[in-house]
Design a protein around this ligand. Sequence first.
Ligand code: KIV
Ligand code: ZN
Length: 390
Amino acid sequence: MGAEQIHIFDTTLRDGEQVPGCKLDTEQKVEIAKELEKLQVDVIEAGFPISSPGDFKSVEEICKAVKTPVVCGLSRAVEQDIKVAAEALVHAKRPRIHTGIGTSDLHIYNKLNSTPEKIIERSVAAVKYAKSFVEDVEFYAEDAGRTDNEYLAKVIEAVIAAGATVVNIPDTTGYCLPHEYGEKIKYLKENVKGIHKAIISTHCHNDLGLATANSIAGIQNGARQIECTINGIGERAGNTSLEEVVMIMRQHSYLDLYNNINTPMLYPMSQLVSDKMGVNVQPNKAIVGANAFAHSSGIHQDGVIKAREVYEIMDPKDVGVEQSLIVLTARSGRAALAYKAKQVGFNLTKKELDVVYKKFLTLADKVKEVNKEALFQLCKTHLQRMPITS
Ligand code: KIV
Ligand code: ZN
């Protein structure tokens, strides 16, 4: 069998935007949605239409603005929610209603004051009602991560029989370990009648830093859609990071799974979302952080200067980062100093390198980083010559 496609479901504009301080207006959301279309995500979750008139409007405008991806609107398993979601999606070329309800004991008894049987009835009714508006209906079993597998299988079987095209298995609280989450997906694959009629989706939160690992465990065990956000933003500690799962599939081709993401757009996309939401990307963030391709210790710099692959598993250009960086700090060695000095016009002889290196270390111990200007001045002052420009 050839490589199988993993659908990328982006929820930056719904789960991502729920985060305090990340609120976007309609114009900003439409701008991001258009870029997500160019990034080639398969599904854009545009919002939760019943939550506010502003969100309704955003979903409506996104539907008008994009052509290729499925546009999805969230709802609870409540008729009015579903109806409003359907109204917001009327202009979508490929509409999807995402409806669902909590399935763990905590949700059933504490949050919903209900019973397992009634939850199945409500789930089925919600899917059937959503199907009266659109063909493509995704069902989420909220807190599936902490839901008993046997009961979860019953819920999923019932909603597929009711017409769900995608079944979302959220680890809402980021509780699962990768092997547990993977086994949950496998259990559903093996025990739900009719499971072949629906796509299984992962939706993992990052409360224990395992969202990406859990999503990968999910697709290794049969899920074929990953729900994720740019920069991993989302409720609390965030969602699965889109750029991470996309590049994991790219770097590990033996998984025999592919996605359609236009990877050189990953870094610009990360910057766009960070700018619009006013939330900085942590410098050590995988793939898109400022330090993801920066090398500062002497041993690493020496290796990277000799062959980039010594300390880099991917080409920065593949994710839209112009080049790797050699950062001069007090931990840098002679190889990096010579390399950077050459960039500012000083091709140092061995003797000159000895002189400049000593002075460099004194300076580097005082500052966080020796930048190009400081290095130029250092060479000029201590070599008493100008750079040679060719
Ligand atoms: O985390 C979650 O369970 C969700 C659902 C609404 C899909 O975001
Ligand atoms: Zn979520």
